[in-house]
Design a protein around this ligand. Structure first.
Ligand SMILES: [Zn+2]
Length: 507
């Protein structure tokens, strides 16, 4: 795109011009007559910005996009009556043209959320109205605001006309749950969208979890696992018997990993085994598996027992939530079935502790011929290669103690920090997330250590005697590769010196 001939481009989005937009939108973008759409950094995924881009597309207006600072936008509008007031990201309350209550607007929001790769959509109630935010790469970002009761009208449209509860009255004063009807989610490439509402002091709040129908299965390498970890996981996948626990907290990506691992398993045996699942509800597809949802009135233990009578070779039990379901799962593993399950814990060793707490007898929980693998994973943000900043030149705020930890535990000259954002990363500074994991394949010595001396001793034994790679070690490797900002790593995973504190090793 050449704009040499035009020294001072005319802002077409200024008042009275052909593409005039309202004052709020003029704080976020400016279209100039040289065909450049200037968007303030961080607003690339904004609902109203995207709606404007859609307008240009429909009109076949050829343009290129540049991401700029708010001051740049001010300069473009200067003299055109569109003076921009100081723009604070996400704090603007727009009197929007797409005010609540219309299904089309909700679909537009869903589209811009999925295009941004959001995992969740929130309509937060605030004293001034509703704030629409997307969770992208684990972080909340403001997308739009709805003044007055517009947001509330939108929530009632969603609940009463777009969810599976259609026909049920939306009651803003109560907590309600549901799922969006498939016609609204499939066109956005989603498998489903689960919604929950809850009254707050400022009015009703709605959260939507977006479930993606990826179709494409990520490889372990693409997910961020290390070569030695991929080797261990491949070994676990190829054993059809015994129990593997894939653990992590909410949003740790463990569902994606289970999907990949079980797909690998089915492929490796050319789909000649019966792999059954019990999930509440089914949230992703595994090609070749018999996936079953838990019935609304069914107890977990009862459902597991029923499933085991359906001639499975390998079973995935969504989650071991209580003593009865944990015991039923162990019963299945004892009878020679392969069993995969998840637990809500944040380290591999903590999963053994959790089995103990769930009331599984030590002779079962600490039997390495039954418990074959303890996998724990979390996700951390991946830096944009185009705008990341070397630690040594980083001028942003950083606490003195984090600085010391970086200097002590990292290879300083290889460390990078998040930059200001650019067109490559839509102004975010990060481009996605990567798995940080630890995998224990327990043997008798490890299990005895755990049984006789507890979690911390077993962890130290695994690291110091058995060469275990902890999440801390995995994280440091990614920081030293310049892939992860250490401050993100500390927030998403653990303190850089956690191993020193817990297992007494120097990383
Ligand atoms: Zn960037």
């Amino acid at each position: 795109m050449t704009s040499l001939a035009i020294l001072t481009p005319v802002p077409l989005t200024a008042p009275g011009q052909t593409w005039e937009v309202d004052a709020e939108l003029r704080e976020k973008l400016c279209l100039t007559n040289d065909g450049v759409l200037h968007v303030v950094d961080g607003y690339g995924g904004n609902h109203f910005v995207m709606a404007f881009v859609e307008r240009l597309r429909r009109a076949r207006f050829n343009h290129s996009t540049e991401y700029v600072k708010p001051e740049h936008l001010q300069a473009l509008y200067r003299g055109y009556g569109g003076a921009v007031v100081g723009s604070r990201q996400g704090q603007q309350y727009v009197g929007n043209e797409a005010s609540g209550g219309k299904q089309d607007d909700v679909v537009k929001i869903l589209r811009s959320a999925t295009e941004a790769g959001a995992s969740d959509i929130h309509f937060f109630a605030t004293p001034k109205g509703h704030q629409l935010s997307f969770r992208v790469h684990g972080e909340l970002e403001p997308a739009a605001s709805f003044a007055g009761r517009d947001g509330e009208a939108m929530l009632s449209t969603i609940y009463e006309t777009m969810s599976e509860s259609t026909g049920t009255n939306y009651r803003p004063g109560e907590s309600q749950g549901g799922r969006l009807r498939s016609e609204f989610v499939t066109e956005c490439g989603l498998f489903g969208a689960r919604l929950e509402t809850r009254p707050t002091l400022n009015g009703p709040w709605m959260a939507m979890r977006l479930l993606y129908d990826s179709g494409m299965i990520l490889t372990l390498d693409q997910m961020g696992y290390l070569p030695t970890q991929i080797e261990a996981l491949t070994r676990l996948v190829h054993r059809i018997d015994g129990m593997v626990l894939l653990t992590g907290t909410t949003g740790s990506g463990k569902s994606t990993s289970i999907q990949t691992l079980l797909s690998m398993l089915l492929e490796s045996v050319n789909y000649t085994i019966n792999l059954v699942t019990l999930e509440d509800p089914v949230e992703y597809r595994i090609k070749g598996a018999n996936q079953t949802p838990k019935g609304p009135k069914e107890e977990w233990a009862e459902a597991i027992a029923n499933l085991m009578r359906l001639d499975p070779d390998v079973a995935l039990i969504g989650e071991m939530r209580d003593t009865a379901s944990a015991l039923a799962a162990f019963q299945a593993a004892l009878t020679g079935h392969g069993l995969w399950s998840t637990l809500h814990v944040n380290s591999a060793t903590a999963s053994l502790q959790r089995l103990h707490d769930l009331g599984v007898e030590d002779s079962l929980a600490y039997d390495p011929s039954l418990v074959k693998g303890l996998v724990n994973q979390s996700l951390t943000r991946v830096l944009c290669k185009a705008c990341k900043v070397p630690f040594e030149r980083f001028k942003g705020p950083i606490s003195a103690d984090l600085k010391t930890r970086i200097q002590t535990h990292c290879i300083v000259e290889q460390v990078f920090m998040k930059g200001d954002g650019c067109s490559e990363c839509n102004g975010r500074g990060v481009v996605g997330r990567t798995a940080i994991a630890e995998i224990i394949q327990p043997d008798l010595a490890f299990m005895r250590k755990f049984r006789d001396h507890g979690k911390a001793e077993a962890q130290a034994f695994w690291v110091n005697e058995q060469g275990g790679v902890t999440k801390n070690a995995h994280l440091l490797k990614r920081i030293n590769e310049g892939m992860v900002d250490p401050s993100h790593g500390e927030r998403d995973i653990c303190a850089l010196d956690e191993d020193v504190a817990i297992v007494g090793v120097r990383s």
